[in-house]
Structures are given as C-alpha cells and as structure tokens.
Design a protein around this ligand. Structure first.
Ligand SMILES: Nc1ncnc2c1ncn2[C@@H]1O[C@H](COP(=O)(O)OP(=O)(O)O)[C@@H](O)[C@H]1O
Ligand SMILES: [Mg+2]
Length: 307
C-alpha cells in the first residue's frame, strides 16, 4: 500500500514517496517559488515592459542584500519573456536581456558581456567603438525592450573615474535606445547610481527587505511544510521556529532556503522525516550558515565605521 502524505500539497505528494537520494536531489535542485516581494518586483518589471516609448524612459534599481533573490527575480523575468523566433519575418525577438556586470567596469568589458548575453562570441578583434556599435545595433534589431544589468555593485571595484564613465554609458544606452534599464545590486550600488545627478531622477527604486516575523514569513513556513518531500508533517509555523530562523539567517531569503533545505536533508538521512524547532539546533547543519553570518556581521561593522 502506498502512503498518501496528506500533510503535503497534492502536487508534492508523489515526491515524498521517492527513495531518499532522489528526494535529496530534488531538494537541491533550483526551483522558483512565488514570494510576495519577488512577485511585487516582477510586477514592477512588467510595468516597465509595457511602458510606451518616449523621450525619457523610466529606469529601475532593484536593490537589497546579497542573497535576497535579485538574480532569481531578473532571471525569472527573462524566462517569462524568453526569445521568440518569428518564422515569417525571420527575425528573432529578445524582449529582455540580462547582463552580468564584468569584474572590471570598463566599457569594453561591459559591451562584450552585453553581446554575450545576446549570444555573440568571438569578439576579440573588435575595437571598443566597434563593440559599442555592434551592441547598439543588436539591441535594436532584436527588439530588446528592457536591458537588465545584474550585480551592478561590481562597478564599485573601479576607480571613481571608471564609475563615472560607466554611469555615463548607462545613461547613453537608455537615451539612445529609449528603453528602460534595470540595475540590480546591493545598497552600495544604489548609492553609487543615485549620486549621479543625471540618473537619480530617472531611477525608481525597489528594495528587497529581509524577512521579518510577520504574516509573510508565516506563509513561507507554511508553504515549506506543504512542499518539502518529508513523510511526516513538519512543525514550522510556530513562533519558536520563526524566531530561530530569523536569528540564524538575518531574514535573508537565500539563507532561509539553504537552512530549510539542509534541515530537510538531515531529516531524510536521520529518519525523523519532519522538521521542528529542535531540528534547528543541529550543529553540523548550522555551521555553514553561521560562517555566512560572521561575514555579514563584519561587513555591517565596516558600514558603521564609515558612517
Ligand atoms: N523566488 C525564489 N524561489 C526560489 N529560490 C529563491 C527565490 N529567491 C531566492 N531564492 C534562493 O536564494 C538564493 C539567493 O538568491 P539570488 O537571486 O542569488 O540573490 P541575490 O542575487 O540577491 O544575491 C538563490 O540561490 C535561491 O536558492
Ligand atoms: Mg545576484
């Protein structure tokens, strides 16, 4: 007789019956989960996509700490608007392009990344000017409607002059192409972009705020209980667990996901098949998370000194 696992959402029940290793593999796989802030950010991006073309296009800064889910959001958005090939015209349309900022914030490196994002390779023989011309032409020909620059804080590795030059490039791109540009990055990146007076008034901002002990977190915990492939019901939607999760993760989305995933894998391996407050006391499980927190703590100390 097969078990029914009524504690799980119907579409996740079958997973719970799989062999241990399959369930562990499943837990480790990346999957998009709809979260309130992420959904709101996607809506903002959607608004930009349908914005009528005019002289000054609005831009958006998506910012928040590392691990809050910025890259997940922009990649999800690109997936929702994936390239389509129009057979009759023979033209491929690419409504959304996501570019990773290069480690070195030079125009040349940036345009190479941009062209890579549009599937161009072998660009070694181009001059900086040639790269720029090609990139602009491709953006127009592919009908790109939104350009997203992820990890914009990498720009801060450059000298103040390089940063100014790069911000000029951003301004030039949005003016020339008349498309909105979205910059995703940390709080530091927000400050850098907004100190450029020419950009400040055209960039709206959307902040991904760390989780708090509120209704949204309760919902998140409840949905973990319903989808983790564990054979017994977990007890996650209780005050104890919420407080402990926040204390261990600082409310950072990625750390919450890693913590719950690690606890679920441990529950499969040790045969408990459920997670509750006591699962979060396991040292082996917490060690990697604590080291992340020490790093984050040091960074906060640096900010305070600078302020
Ligand atoms: N909506 C989501 N669905 C599933 N996993 C998510 C989601 N948002 C964040 N995560 C998890 O958090 C981790 C960090 O997210 P990421 O987008 O890389 O953060 P950031 O770009 O802000 O540093 C991801 O690897 C993923 O595991
Ligand atoms: Mg990222």
């Amino acid at each position: 007789m097969t078990a029914i696992y009524e504690h799980l959402f119907p579409m996740y029940r079958e997973q719970a019956g799989l062999p241990d290793q399959d369930r562990i593999d499943w837990l480790r796989r990346d999957r998009w989960i709809s979260l309130p802030q992420a959904d709101a950010a996607l809506e903002r991006l959607e608004d930009l996509l349908t914005y009528p073309q005019r002289g000054r296009m609005p831009c958006l800064l998506l910012f928040g700490s590392t691990g809050m889910g910025k890259s997940e959001i922009v990649n999800r958005f690109a997936e929702m608007h994936s390239p389509a090939y129009d057979v009759s015209s023979g033209i491929a349309a690419m409504p959304v392009v996501v570019v990773q900022m290069p480690p070195e914030p030079s125009d040349e490196e940036f345009y190479i990344e941009l062209l890579r994002a549009m599937n161009y390779a072998d660009l070694g023989h181009f001059t900086a000017r040639g790269l720029r011309a090609l990139a602009h032409r491709c953006l127009a020909e592919f009908g790109v409607k939104i350009l997203i620059l992820d990890e914009i804080d990498k720009m801060l590795a450059g000298t103040p002059r390089q940063q100014r030059v790069f911000l000029n490039t951003v301004r030039f791109l949005t003016n020339d192409l008349r498309i909105p540009i979205v910059c995703a990055g940390t709080e530091d990146a927000r400050i850098a972009v907004l100190t450029d007076p020419n950009l400040a008034d055209r960039f709206g901002a959307f902040e991904l705020v760390p989780w708090r002990n509120d209704h949204a977190l309760r919902q998140l915990m409840a949905s973990f209980s319903g989808l983790l492939p564990l054979q017994r019901p977990s007890v996650l939607d209780v005050q104890d667990v919420r407080q402990r999760v926040l204390a261990l993760t600082g409310g950072i989305t990625g750390r919450i996901f890693r913590l719950v995933e690690a606890a679920a894998i441990a529950a499969i391996r040790n045969g408990r098949e459920m997670i509750d407050a006591s699962s979060l006391d396991d040292d082996d499980l917490l060690l990697p998370l604590l080291s992340m927190q020490v790093v984050a703590g040091n960074r906060r100390a640096v900010y305070r000194r600078r302020a």
